[in-house]
Design a protein around this ligand. Sequence first.
Ligand code: 16G
Ligand code: ZN
Length: 527
Amino acid sequence: MDLEALRRYSALHPKPAGLTLQYGTAGFRSRAEQLDHIVFRMGLLAILRSKAVTATIGIMVTASHNPEEDNGVKLVDPLGEMLHPSWEEYATQLANAEEQELQKVITEICQKAEVNLHKDASVFIGRDTRPSSKKLSQSVIDGIQVLGGQYHDYGLVTTPQLHYMVCCQNTQGQYGKATLEGYYEKLSKAFMELIKQSHCSGENQKHLKIDCANGIGALKLSEMKPYFPQEVVIHIYNDGTKEKLNHLCGADFVKVQQKPPGGLDMKPNERCCSFDGDADRIVYYYKDTAGHFHLIDGDKIATLISIFLKELLVKQDFKMAVVQTAYANGNSTRYLQETLKVPVHCVKTGVKHLHHKAQEFDVGVYFEANGHGTVLFSKTAETKIRQLVKEEKDDEKREAAKMLENMIDLINQTVGDAVSDMLVIEAILALKGLTVQQWDALYTDLPNRLLKVQVADRRVIDTTDAERRALTPPGLQEKIDALVKKYKLSRAFVRPSGTEDVVRIYAEADTQENADALAHEVSLAVF
Ligand code: 16G
Ligand code: ZN
């Protein structure tokens, strides 16, 4: 380790006195001006991680759906997964070390994680469109150079594109080519193959309006446009040329507010969707002829995909399951289990938990209600499907296998990806000849309400059963149980946020008034 370089560069990226930040469910998130030392140090950590696992590691500068003034950084592991939990703690230690302790902390991490500093290292860097992102990604490079290693800066990319690049690189191209063209070609080819099998839908069905949250999604969709077939005509709104990132628009705004984004003029029955600021989430929606807004969230996306896959998998001996979180609408869970007869599992909030659980099945569909999700195919399932495409004699079965093969190629299996999910959804709607209204009508969401409250210390709330029950403070769960009993079809839970200093409250019930009342009553019980 070049101690002189470490000293010199860390002095250029000083840590504000008294600031401590934690590597949470979405990496580090904060006001952009507090993050320079953090990204520099994550450059250091990416090199250590790369040396530890002998693979390329990704580092993404983004704060997703958070306000434009914020920023964040997270590391991507070799197959495009989230950073391994055992390293989150190292990230936090390195981020919070005083300058004179940096070398000591690096040495400690090397010892604990058995990092050989003489090994080669390689890091891929990406960033979103925030004004602060460019400078922060330069600081990442400073960190990389201090410890020495190769890097490739992809510049402006969506979060899932960076995950894809890392996976391609570490699988020697098996997953695809680690370039943007590679990504566009892979997705568009699979998409075109898929919709070839659909029976042409009407002119109306071709159009999709996309709210890009004034973020990176707009840029990347525009780049991808030449690759799109005529069967899909996308119209990009909130492209970042006029308004601020995530301001009154984007998937998070639409989901939380349960209303359409600004900047997108929606006619009755038009199919619309919103990406979030780094394009790893998507929700759909439309307005009916009476002017009512209908949200189609991650739960309904998971349901649509499950219906489609289940039909194709019917003759295969594959185990398929859906993974949700406590936020999944109760009626989605009921529909999946009772009507579709697909096993459903509930895990803690955060992509890493869903991803991990979904890996247990041949086909694991996971979505958070907020619109982040994807489908994972096990190696065995993938190999079998690709083999059936080549060898199956029965035409119908071979066609089904072909569709599955194209689905495998279309879905970004590394992480939720708004662009890829959008193409998956568009393909399924076209193949099944479904309108957005028919999709929405699969089941009716139970009215629900999400609230957040500020408490002195959110850590007093400890939960169990995938965050559905509170263990502490004593007596809280009993109070919630009593409140829930007052309403029909009701459910409620509280959990400390992993990204903000608040406690979140979720309630659902038979009517919107009751869901609102229950959420309010539970919020009073939290104090
Ligand atoms: C992060 C998570 C997201 C989760 C959200 C919950 C990742 C990549 N992102 O954004 O999945 O829904 O946190 O936030 O894991 P909360 O803990 O503040 O409710
Ligand atoms: Zn995001």
